[in-house]
Design a protein. Structure first.
Ligand SMILES: [Zn+2]
Length: 172
């Protein structure tokens, strides 16, 4: 069963004081900045956040945002499906000065005003996890760029395994 939509805007400081757990999903089509890196915006992000206050009374939010997305493989230029996972462990602070005081294990989440846009937070965190050069793990380049195989009679000449098979066959 699909989870409920993630609330768009919440008071994160209050959520931390209340120790709220917020789960939900966001459709990729709603995250247009993230979408600009993707082949299409089908699918959704599953978000699981825990708000709380630690023993030093620092308000924090931690959790994960996961999504399956498609980018363009930079070797073969075909779509490649990537599993993104953003892990968050953030100290909620009012300004940059307070951000500098945070223990190192927190990333600063600077909030101004009573409400914060959770979708924007999730989108920024996911963009940070995007690979610089998306590629298939076992990408077989289907073009003749680089080491072009020798022309052979028939067959799929771009497939290096076929070329190997032919080389082996010639030895016999
Ligand atoms: Zn590829």
């Amino acid at each position: 069963m699909s989870k409920a939509p993630l609330p768009t805007s919440i008071d994160t400081r209050r959520a931390a004081e209340q120790g709220r757990l917020i789960e939900g999903t966001v459709k990729l089509e709603k995250l247009s900045r993230l979408g600009s890196y993707l082949v299409d915006s089908e699918g959704e992000v599953t978000v699981d956040l825990t708000f709380g206050m630690d023993e030093e009374r620092i308000r924090f939010v931690k959790g994960t945002a996961v999504a399956s997305v498609k980018m363009t493989c930079q070797r073969c230029l075909e779509p490649v499906t990537l599993e993104l996972e953003a892990e968050m462990n953030m100290g909620i602070v009012a300004d940059d000065e307070a951000a500098k005081q945070l223990p190192r294990y927190y990333d600063p989440y600077v909030v101004d005003g009573p409400k914060q846009d959770l979708h924007q937070l999730i989108e920024e965190e996911l963009i940070l996890t995007l690979p610089l050069i998306p590629q298939h793990q076992d990408c077989v380049v289907k073009t003749e760029y680089g080491q072009a195989p020798e022309p052979s009679e028939g067959n799929d000449e771009a497939n290096p395994f076929n070329v190997l098979a032919q080389l082996k066959a010639k030895k016999h």
